[in-house]
Ligand binder design. Sequence first.
Ligand code: SF4
Length: 526
Amino acid sequence: MIIAFSLYRANLGVGMLESATELGYDEVDGKLTLDRFGSESTKIAREIADSYHRYHIDTDEIEDADPLPHRFLVEVGKVGLAKLLATETIHYFRPWEPNFDVIFARPCTYGVFSGPVGGFAPKPKLCVGCMRCAVQHPDFVKVLPNPDLLELGDSYTTHGHITAIDEEARKGMVPVRGQGYRGRFGGPGFDGMLTDMSEIVRPSRDGIHGRELIGTSVDIGSKPMHLTFDSEGRISGPSPEMFTIQVPFVFDLPPGDLGTEELARVVASTGAAIDTIACLDAGLVLREGLDSPYVAPVLDVTMGARASQFPNARLVELSLTPGRSWGWDCSGFEAACDATDATVAVRIPFEEGWQGLMSDAIDSGAKVIHLLADLHGEGSDGTFVTELFKEAHMLLIEQGCRDEVTLIGAGGIVGADHVPKAIISGLDVVALDLPVLFALQGRSHGSLRDRALVSGTLPKKLDEDWAQQRLTNLCGSWRDQLLEILGAMGVREVRRLRGEFGRSMLVSHLEDEAFEEIAGYVGGGC
Ligand code: SF4
């Protein structure tokens, strides 16, 4: 029997995104007997097959509006180059076939030395850093990292993350490097977690290439820990109250001064295009007329009654004042629940006492908790989010209500691999903040750690169609990378990855295992 509880899909008119769980078989009434199942299952299967559309994100390579600084500076000694060209000319020049294109291209096969005057005016933006020229002609060629690029980002969100996001948003593809992985195995933050790729089982390549399904949809809301039925076979206990989005990430409330009207319009339209949620300031949603099932207005908890102003929202979020000392006050939450049919989420920063606040909110009936670390992925005590998400997940398990609550988490998610790692740590849904800025080729001028102090600018005269395509490309690339990791693990859907700690290995534990018997070893870690 197929039971679907999608509250809103029927009215959304997004046929492209329909899946087997959203075909309206919740209307099947009465007791389900084996005979009835046998007679109806073939018909139901046929209808599902006929109306099935595989979820797909339409990516399309798109031009840069404000390109990042190129990666390398190429410095060429003019005397040395002139000597080389003279030698090459003697070697390659023939009156009937001058070969100037060959002579002036030397020594780079990537075209860096192929300008009108050859290497006397190199084109460093073409340099891929292969170092052939520097190895072959160390006397007059130097290839150096570009300091303008190195200045981007900070110690956590590095220029490497920013350039990866930029490339993903431009091409909409999984970035591939021909020279293999050049980074460290292990490191701080998410780099301290490795994922288990050892089970090469179905669905693996078939799922990645679309011949089988690897599900990336997730549910936001509450599912009962078990179903109960009356003697007639009807559900008698609580039923799921949730809706489904097609990717396990949402756009978080833009931090600092990023919450402009144009960015709000872009994330709202992208959220609708890929079927996810964009969290936006409630005032901005009203001013811009952005109320829709794909936008979650964020209100201060004391203004909960204003949730009625968003009749189309599927999700409304209530924020708690940071640093509050008076604990949980459920009156605003109850007012919001009374004012709207939407699911009401509570945003809780990882500050001292967050565990108590989360438990109190759940006791008051909150079904969605949106947890917030700083943009370096740390709580107020410096604990990294992998530990914090795990703690929140385990708290819910201890309270026997894990499936009744959806955990959304934000902070420190700046790479495609961070999404599955956060889900392995216990999240249902990951919220993206800074990647949105960098996907749109914005530049940061403020803090990249403290949400309130973030300051950034988007390219001048932002074309919103261009911006939507960039953000869609980023989501397509990150989803494809999620499929790669799920396929490599043999996991058929991302829901099953939640809290699967056994699918991860911590570098510190591996080092402990390998080296703790050795005298002088001071402990695992980076
Ligand atoms: S490092 Fe490689 S790509 Fe860059 S200029 Fe030298 S030869 Fe060309």
